[in-house]
Write a protein that binds this ligand. Structure first.
Ligand code: A3P
Length: 259
């Protein structure tokens, strides 16, 4: 099912198993779903706008600086926990409020996604899960509950922000690599927000304006924890906390909301 905006323009989201996905993704759906990773592959799985590009860059740099004979493929996906997959991933998550803010600005600038409308409109869209890759709650809770059943390293955006060296070390260890301190420090520097914002390989400046209009909002936007405070009204915050409490009830996951 394709959804339409009130303007009648076809938005680029199509439903699969009750979850909205970008129509381009759905076109290759059986190929994507039946994809079989090799035992050594590293699958990076995030809810959109949770630092996918950041983790990818960290993994790429570890790979480039690690021992050559142990090369791994790193594959990035937003795969949803409620859709059946051939192989489990390595998830990472970001607190829901900052994720909503980041997704809102991304939908404003991404011409391939539906216009998010006003912030107030988007607030409703996000909490109802009617965004690409579905509900943040289902995605994050789903993978969190699965993390002990597979070989999974679950990372938090806020932890990487707070102590990048420590979190990058965890990834290095998880990947079974050995890197000396100087290389580790270099990776920390190269993957800072400021460096990645300048780097054409990570700032998406090579993507045409007709797809990503960075004059509306840059892809490397703010890279902070707690920007939700600049967007949520007091009433929205109270309502969100209540919804969060209900939806995440019974889960042990804990997010840092500000640094
Ligand atoms: P903001 O919109 O809050 O700035 P994704 O790669 O999953 O699309 O996530 C994008 C978000 O991650 C954006 O958040 C982006 O700025 C942030 N990000 C990317 N690289 C980062 C880095 N090195 N440090 C901090 N945040 C980063």
């Amino acid at each position: 099912m394709a959804v339409t905006t009130e303007l009648g323009k076809q938005t680029q989201l199509t439903e699969v198993a009750g979850i909205l996905l970008q129509t381009a993704t759905v076109g290759n759906w059986s190929q994507i779903q039946n994809f079989e990773a090799k035992p050594d592959d590293l699958l990076i799985c995030t809810y959109p706008k949770s630092g996918t590009t950041w983790i990818q860059e960290i993994v790429d740099l570890i790979e480039q600086n690690g021992d050559v004979e142990k090369c791994q493929r790193a594959l990035i996906q937003h795969r949803h926990p409620f859709i059946e997959w051939a192989r489990p991933p390595q998830p990472s998550a970001r607190n829901a409020k900052d994720c909503m803010v980041s997704y809102y600005h991304f939908q404003r600038m991404n011409q391939m996604l539906p216009d998010p409308g006003t912030w107030d409109d988007y607030f409703e869209t996000f909490i109802s899960g009617k965004v690409g890759w579905g509900s943040w709650f289902d995605h994050v809770k789903g993978w969190w509950e699965m993390k002990d059943r597979y070989q999974i390293l679950f990372l938090f955006y806020e932890d990487i922000k707070k102590d990048p060296k420590h979190e990058i070390q965890k990834v290095i260890q998880f990947m079974g690599k050995n890197l000396d301190e100087t290389v580790l420090d270099k990776i920390v520097q190269e993957t800072s927000f400021e460096k990645m914002k300048e780097n054409p390989m990570t700032n998406r400046s090579t993507i045409p304006k007709s797809i990503l209009d960075q004059s509306i909002s840059p892809f490397m936007r703010k890279g902070t924890v707690g920007d939700w405070k600049n967007h949520f009204t007091v009433a929205q915050n109270e309502r969100f906390d209540e919804i969060y409490r209900k939806k995440m009830e019974g889960t042990s996951i804990n997010f840092c909301m500000e640094l």
